[in-house]
Design a protein around this ligand. Structure first.
Ligand SMILES: [Zn+2]
Length: 432
């Protein structure tokens, strides 16, 4: 693909969500934990957490509430920017005066359709990602197939790329990203790996080519699009279960351990950042994944879901600290991945059971892929960066993609050497 293609831009009226940026000082015991708790509940978003300095983003409508909460804990803060649109902030634009949303001058330019090419030096909107998948299919028709596996609440396509030599003995590998809309680096990583495998397929080792590769770079197209256009910090999908669009946390909507009501990290309140939805698989995005994995007839051996930004490689369970039957294999496979990633750029990813190294969560995709779909090597990879959180600098995209690719390559070699205990290859008949 040539990079000479002109960039066609369309003017879109800005309807961004307004935020304040605060510098928060946690000087006493417990204050940092309190702040992190506010972040995990969605009351604030921690943008940077660098030694001695914590920069947070506070949604305009929550300013008074958060001020009161911080005061109640005697946490000092300073307002750095009074009123800024999240997408401006994400682009590093800190205007002296934020213009009115209705101003004619207050328009942002967005790329449309098939006008931009992916080169992993920037983050791209949904049409560019989808165009990239279609181009791969056109360029490599014998191995690449693009399919639409569902439609979102707002009517967008959920697009999947499969790369395979169609050998009947292949096992399946699943890679997805952007379950949480604002975690853009996952989409960069999944498209980067897809590009590498599609372009180099004929030269790759057997432990790569003996797999059917499934790439879903944007699990949550509505939310992803919304995070590009209106609210950089949007996490959920765009379903409406309240008076307004509340969204469902898609990584709490899978049908394994979904019914554990009241768990803080799988909320029953539609306005919570971790809202699990009205029922398991209530959302088109999670249903689409379930149907492909259970009914495509592919014996999946690996499930990789990419998130940001804690730099960890986590495996089941998310809902309990009890070791899963494949604990030792998963730990070893995760460590193999982490080692390859470390050797790429010197970046250290922590490995472990999700509940132990992250937090408690129900209805997650890896608990379902492991517990229900019996995919033995199920991992959630939290990519960069601990320091810049969801606003990863563009200059780090390529490094992050390269380390993730090397991690996947190392894992593929590893899984072919391992027998798995939970590896119930379910036949198509049994699944139906
Ligand atoms: Zn996430």
């Amino acid at each position: 693909m040539s990079d000479q293609v002109p960039i066609i831009l369309v003017k879109v009226a800005r309807r961004d969500v307004r935020y304040q940026i605060w510098d928060v000082k946690c000087l006493k015991d417990g204050q940092r934990t309190f702040l992190k708790n506010l972040d995990s509940k969605g009351a604030i978003t921690i943008n940077r957490d660098d030694k001695g300095r914590t920069e947070v983003m506070v949604n305009g409508s929550r300013v008074m509430q958060v001020k009161n909460l911080l005061r109640s804990r005697e946490i000092e803060y300073e307002v750095l920017t009074n009123d800024i649109f999240s997408t401006q902030y994400a682009m590093g634009m800190l205007p002296k005066r934020v213009r009115s949303p209705d101003s004619k001058r207050n328009r942002i330019q967005l790329p449309i359709g098939n006008s931009r090419v992916l080169d992993w030096t920037d983050f791209y909107p949904l049409p560019t990602i989808y165009n990239f998948l279609d181009e791969l299919e056109k360029t490599f028709p014998s191995t690449c197939t693009v399919s639409i596996i569902g439609k979102t609440v707002e009517g967008l396509d959920i697009k999947l790329l499969k790369i395979s030599n169609s050998n009947a003995n292949n096992t399946g590998v699943w890679l997805d990203a952007a379950t949480h809309a604002r975690e853009w680096i996952g989409t960069s990583v999944v498209t980067f790996i897809a590009n590498y495998i599609a372009r180099k397929f004929s030269t790759l080792p057997e432990y790569i080519t003996n797999k059917d590769w499934y790439f879903l770079p944007v699990v949550n197209p509505d939310g992803f699009q919304y995070s590009h256009l209106h609210d950089r910090m949007w996490r959920k999908n765009r379903a409406c279960y309240g008076r307004t669009v509340t969204g469902v946390d898609l990584n709490r909507n899978f049908g394994y351990c979904w019914e554990n009501t009241g768990a803080e990290s799988a909320a029953i309140d539609p306005y919570s950042i971790n809202y699990r939805g009205p029922s398991a698989f209530s959302e088109p995005e999670t249903t689409a994944i379930k149907d492909i994995i259970l009914y495509s007839g592919t014996p999946f051996k690996v499930f990789l879901t990419y998130h940001a930004c804690s730099e960890v490689i986590a495996f089941p369970w998310c809902n309990t600290s009890d070791p899963c039957p494949d604990y030792v294999n998963l730990l070893e496979g995760g460590t193999t991945m982490a080692k390859a990633m470390y050797e790429t750029n010197g970046r250290m990813y922590k490995v472990g059971n999700f509940k132990d190294i992250m937090y408690h969560a129900c209805g997650t995709s890896i608990d379902w892929s492991y517990g229900t779909a019996h995919i033995p090597f199920s991992y959630l990879v939290e990519l960069r960066s601990k320091q810049d959180r969801f606003l990863l600098p563009k200059g780090e995209i390529l490094d992050c993609c390269k380390e993730a690719l090397n991690g996947v390559i190392a894992l593929m070699e590893f899984v072919d050497r391992k027998k798995c205990l939970n590896c119930t290859i379910i036949t198509k008949a049994l699944r139906q």
